[in-house]
Design a protein around this ligand. Sequence first.
Ligand code: UDP
Length: 450
Amino acid sequence: MTGVEEVRVAPVALHRLEPLLTPERVERLEAYVATARDLLASRTVWNVNSTARGGGVAEMLHTLVAYAAGTGVDVRWLVVGGDADFFAVTKRLHNRLHGVPGDAGALDAAARATYDATLVRQRADVLARVEPGDVVLLHDPQTAGLARDLRDRGAFVVWRCHVGLDEHDAWTREAWGFLRELVEPAHACIFSRESFAPDWVDRRWLRVIPPSLDPFSPKNSDLDEREVARLVHRDGLVVEGRPLPTAGPVVLQVSRWDRLKDMAGVLDAFADHLDELPPDAHLVLAGPETTGVADDPEAAEVLAECRERWRSLPAAARARSHLVSVPMDDLDENARTVNALQRWSTVVVQKSLAEGFGLTVTEPMWKARPVIASAVGGIRDQVEDGVSGVLLGDPRDGAALAAAVSSLLDDPDRREAMGRAAHQRVRDHYLADRHLIQYVELFAQLVGEG
Ligand code: UDP
């Protein structure tokens, strides 16, 4: 897809959340909804990103747009497409914002020309829809290049960055050097953590807003055991390994096929320390079908690398590890399958080398699964080490990962306590009411200052 497409999302009433909130939270939310209705009565709030499916941003937009629309606010979602060259440049930006080169390409004038060439095609289409006074949320590097024109059009422009590295290095500085000129025209910026923001971002207009999840979406809603079993054991999911086990503890990582998620590192840690784990423990690595995520050009390559790695393992490790590719043709079914895998697993790991936030941590936490995850980026905000999960200080330390897995698999009481604390943590901090309130606060300030 190379044009602009609108994603239609059916409104969902915010009341649905109320049973999960304290009366104080319900009251606060109602007050903000009233403010939003006044403030946005004659405006549209636009979200613009580069994929309707796969990955955390699309996941979050599906639910937030639905809830926002449910309040009566006119909220829309546009997806700007691009060609392979455009996504090669934006993936390079994505990688370098996480401190790794990604590929050998440069972020030079030629890369900028490639980036601009795609956005020039989208610009007119986006501008034709947006009215002066509207609020536009541009998500991630893929859409930053629209900020200046939208501002000139008279819109309030917010650039939201979902990625980042806690400590800046030469790679992040290169990426930020590319993005600075594109981002600066935005009226405000949102980051998932403050440390991700480069120092030239105007602190008065920087907001820290972490993502949230929806407990009622197909990704997170309750599933009974039979449904879990049906989804997990249906044909066609496993691309390497035997059919998924029907007994014994399961260690799961769910991620896009992105090197920064280090699926291969999880596989190595499992295989290298197989003897330290219970003899009936299995590892499942699950990611989306690689043709399914439009703005992620490296996925097929990364999955192929993992398959190669799996094939080179000793037979004992191969017998107990499984690579799963979850079909993307039916998004609800994809979400329910991930949901089922998370509920079915004994321990969930997220061995990311860098992570903007990590909904794949939030989701199992909501399901009261004990999570073992790298102490990087937004994961550090979600998991309180030893309480609502386990944090690994060195994301590359496979031995430490295996030791943490082994210790949790041996201790059902600790797993249960951790799962309970994890669920409560998500309930307290990562539901849509907090998220929408933070948006309304920002919009009120933006519109208030004209
Ligand atoms: N996801 C999915 N199907 C898959 C793999 C991942 O729906 O096969 C979802 C996952 O459940 C989560 C999102 O993709 O909601 C990933 O978001 P996260 O913030 O963890 O990382 P990102 O992919 O944005 O880097």
